[in-house]
Design a protein around this ligand. Structure first.
Ligand code: NAP
Length: 277
């Protein structure tokens, strides 16, 4: 079966109306003069498998999946990339020519690309990383930091058991730190990452003390609304190099767009500006 002339892709979530992905892929489709479409589809969990199986027959070449479908999509897929297996969740699905579903996870890739672009001198091997939070996004951050050679990760989460689970899954380079002690290990971080939702518009502030931050640390936040969180502002005031979270969202979308539509899109200042509107 050959793909139809106008390729379709989607973001599948529940809810999904808030997603910025249609705007991003729509921008790139227009920029490249392509005739594809990228749409948001709200799918209840009990319908996910039936919808995914139907989509290739409807002209879809792939989809992004977001909360709450990332783990289930991995189980449904016929083939899974190594990095999706490692992370334990999918965010990018490719519908193969024979209708089979390939699951990938590009969140870790997006996270690292964003750091490399935003802090070109960043050396992951320079020292330990301090990672705050042990939710879904933290899995991709940990997997990718270990992959690029961070020697040790000091991981702290309000619910300690979730951090311990990640240490069990990812191994001995991860050391779990009590949430109330997180401020005390800031000085050990060459890379410092907030993967909690704290600091996001409408959520409480991150209250971990940041006095210990080293001026030569690279500090990044996954939260991108607001773009300049208090966490990043404080780090900047300490002289740290800071990288905001919007770039991760943009970079994680690059491999999917390329697989579905052909050209490899670029993360430019222009696309950043469009996404902030
Ligand atoms: P999640 O699975 O719900 O995890 C939320 C995390 O925040 C957990 O570690 C949770 O700790 C912590 N947390 C929430 N409220 C807290 C509080 N009051 N005090 C202390 N810790 C608290 O969410 P996620 O999918 O990992 O996403 C986390 C954030 O990253 C969100 O803001 C999301 O928008 C952002 N994100 C950004 C990108 C990007 O491309 N830039 C990609 C993915 C995610 P407990 O375990 O104790 O509940």
């Amino acid at each position: 079966m050959s793909h139809p002339k106008i390729p379709l892709a989607a973001i599948i979530g529940h809810p999904v109306a808030h997603s910025k992905s249609p705007k991003l892929h729509g921008y790139w489709l227009k920029e490249h003069g392509l005739e594809g479409h990228y749409v948001p589809i709200d799918v209840a969990p009990e319908n996910l498998e039936a919808v995914l199986r139907m989509m290739p027959k409807m002209g879809y070449v792939g989809a992004n999946v977001t909360i709450p479908h990332k783990e289930r999509a991995l189980e449904i897929a016929d083939q899974v990339t190594d990095r999706a297996t490692l992370i334990g969740a999918a965010n990018t699905l490719i519908f193969l020519e024979d209708g089979k579903i390939l699951a990938d996870n590009t969140d870790g890739y997006g996270f690292i690309q964003n750091l490399r672009n935003g802090a070109p001198d960043w050396d992951p091997t320079a020292g330990a990383a301090v990672v705050l939070g042990a939710g879904g996004a933290a899995r991709a951050v940990l997997a990718s930091l270990l992959d690029v050679g961070v020697p040790e990760i000091l991981l702290s989460n309000r619910t300690r058991a979730r951090a311990e689970q990640l240490r069990d899954d990812f191994g001995a380079r991860i050391k779990v730190i009590e949430w109330v002690q997180a401020g005390n290990v800031m000085e050990d971080g060459a890379t410092v990452v907030n993967t909690t939702s704290l600091g996001m518009t409408g959520k409480p502030e991150l209250r971990v003390p940041l006095d210990g931050l080293n001026a030569d640390a690279v500090v990044t936040d996954l939260v991108y609304t607001p773009l300049m969180t208090n966490f990043l502002e404080t780090a900047q005031a300490k002289g740290c190099t800071t990288v905001d979270g919007l770039g991760m969202l943009l970079h994680q979308a690059v491999p999917g767009f390329e697989r579905w539509f052909g050209p490899r899109p670029e993360v430019t200042d222009d696309v950043r500006k469009v996404m902030l509107r």
